[in-house]
Write a protein of this length. Structure first.
Ligand SMILES: CC(C)(COP(=O)(O)OP(=O)(O)OC[C@H]1O[C@@H](n2cnc3c(N)ncnc32)[C@H](O)[C@@H]1OP(=O)(O)O)[C@@H](O)C(=O)NCCC(=O)NCCS
Length: 162
């Protein structure tokens, strides 16, 4: 059980079979950030390509009482990347999602702490992630947990002629 004053939240390790739930959480993340975008078919390809025992998952289960069915309300998917400056491997956050009714209670913080423990167990000394500029909630979360920006990802786009 997570160290939480009033609600019964349980942290558990996910499995490589949890593809459908991971896909749902990835879709919810992108739908929330980009409501104008409707096609997220590419996300299942990403999961097929990268989900393995080397890219662990954790879920937070919510069970208010024994009569109520439990619900998975938050998730974290981690992997690794290579720092292009020094060649060192680092832990990379692929996905973090908390269902809206369960936010601002420290669940994302607890998941990232779990992720950091895994990264340290791998012998890596850094973790990183990509966050969209418009995602102020997530940027605040990462700032609070000690992450700081290291680069800007820049795009230029144009309309394609028919
Ligand atoms: C971003 C997200 C994961 C945060 O989850 P959470 O469980 O609410 O986060 P926590 O409760 O651990 O918050 C820790 C700190 O982050 C910051 N924070 C979190 N949500 C915030 C918000 N909506 N507005 C401003 N700051 C926020 C605060 O500093 C907060 O500390 P405080 O509550 O003591 O002020 C959640 O809003 C979410 O799932 N969003 C949609 C998916 C997403 O954007 N994922 C990140 C992709 S990079």
């Amino acid at each position: 059980m997570l160290n939480h004053s009033s609600h019964p939240y349980y942290l558990k390790q996910g499995k490589t079979q949890d593809k459908a739930r991971l896909l749902k959480f990835m879709e919810l993340t992108y739908e929330e950030l980009f409501p104008e975008q409707s096609n997220f078919e590419h996300l299942s390809t990403t999961i097929e390509q990268y989900l393995s025992s080397k890219t662990p998952l954790w879920w937070i289960e919510y069970q208010p009482n024994h009569e109520t069915k439990s619900d998975i309300v938050a998730g974290l998917w981690m992997g690794t990347g290579v720092d292009q400056v020094n060649g060192d491997r680092y832990g990379h956050i692929f996905l973090i999602y908390v269902k809206p009714n369960h936010r601002r209670q420290g669940l994302a913080t607890a998941l990232i702490q779990q992720g950091q423990q895994w990264v340290q167990e791998q012998g890596y000394h850094q973790m990183g992630l990509q966050v969209f500029e418009r995602n102020q909630a997530a940027r605040n979360l990462y700032n609070k947990l000690g992450f700081s920006p290291q680069s800007y990802l820049m795009f230029k786009s144009w309309d394609m002629k028919e």
